[in-house]
Design a protein around this ligand. Structure first.
Ligand code: NAD
Length: 286
């Protein structure tokens, strides 16, 4: 039987989630997607109208199939956590069962189990503010959407993950080195995500024989990255200073994720794997 993957955090064909889905599909996996509720409509419409068909092409010429798209908001664990104003918000009221617990239940009902869980989402409402100017709410929102969202996904999906399976998240070097401009508590959120990768690797490994890794990816001009505002500068910096002086493609991160999710990586867990043209290894720019 082929593997089944659930990828949380795809809303267009530009981000890392899409590229990971493609690499997993190319390796024979069945693809389920979790899409942020406010972005669901436009994503499904674009998908249906063929807007992504060019980027759906796999190496063998076939088109990636997405078996099902689930609405998801990973800052809410169950219905009881959703505030009234969100419930009645026009962008949310048209969908249902989008809290993490409910999505896991739906996937269980529809497919029984999964083998691969990918977390490719982040959000920091105050990302453009320096940490010193970040509010408590902004900081906690960044950690909720970008770090706890992974804990929650793992918590609710582990019971339906087949032993031997793998989970992957995406992190950024701002967790360990100073990257001015990556503010709003997003650097803190990525530190938490990396630390949690180790602790969760232990817990999920011992209890369920599931591996937990995170990819520290170099800069990509995704929708989320453009919102931060400094992505072109980061891409130029990497081009100038990294050991490999080429632009990083989303596919390179997708392929690394497919490797980490596969039996080829059966002894790798609790790791931060750099897919960044080697930029992390530089001490000074030259
Ligand atoms: P992206 O915009 O393609 O992906 C982010 C996704 O998160 C979007 O689809 C968005 O709808 C979704 N999202 C936001 N809040 C959500 C919520 N509450 N519930 C569910 N989904 C939600 O951008 P990307 O850059 O590919 O980001 C994917 C991951 O890669 C993120 O963790 C990001 O931090 C990480 N990353 C990105 C870069 C980069 O330069 N782009 C570098 C390193 C790491």
């Amino acid at each position: 039987r082929g593997k089944r993957a659930f990828i949380a955090g795809i809303a267009d064909d530009n981000g890392y989630g899409w590229a990971i889905a493609k690499s997993l599909a190319a390796a024979g996996a069945e693809i389920l997607v979790g899409t942020w509720v406010p972005a669901l409509n436009i994503f499904e419409t674009s998908l249906r109208r063929g807007k992504f068909d060019e980027s759906r092409v796999l190496p063998d010429g076939s088109l990636m199939e997405i078996t099902r798209v689930y609405p998801l908001d990973a800052v809410y664990d169950s219905l009881g956590d959703v505030p009234e104003d969100v419930k009645t918000n026009k962008r949310y009221s048209g969908s249902s069962n989008w809290t993490v617990k409910e999505v896991a239940e739906s996937v269980k009902q529809d497919f029984g189990s999964i083998d691969i869980l990918v977390h490719s989402l982040a959000n920091g409402p105050e990302v453009s503010k320096p940490l010193l100017e970040t509010s408590r709410n902004g900081y906690l929102a960044a950690v909720s959407a970008s770090s706890y969202s992974f804990v929650s996904l793992l918590r609710h999906f582990l019971p339906i993950m087949n032993p031997g399976g793998a989970t992957i998240s995406l992190t950024y070097i701002a967790s360990e080195k100073i990257i001015p401009g990556y503010g709003g508590g997003m650097s803190s959120a990525k530190s938490a995500l990396e630390s949690d990768t180790r602790v969760l690797a232990f817990e999920a490994g011992r209890r369920h024989n599931i591996r937990v890794n995170t990819i520290s990816a170099g800069p990509l001009r995704s929708r989320a990255a453009k919102a931060i505002g400094f992505i072109d500068m980061m891409i130029d910096y990497s081009l100038e200073n990294a050991p490999l002086q080429k632009e990083l493609t989303a596919d390179e991160v997708g392929n690394a994720a497919a490797f980490l999710a596969s039996p080829l990586a059966s002894a790798i867990t609790g790791a931060v794997v750099y897919v960044d043209n080697g930029l992390n290894a530089m001490g000074v720019g030259v």
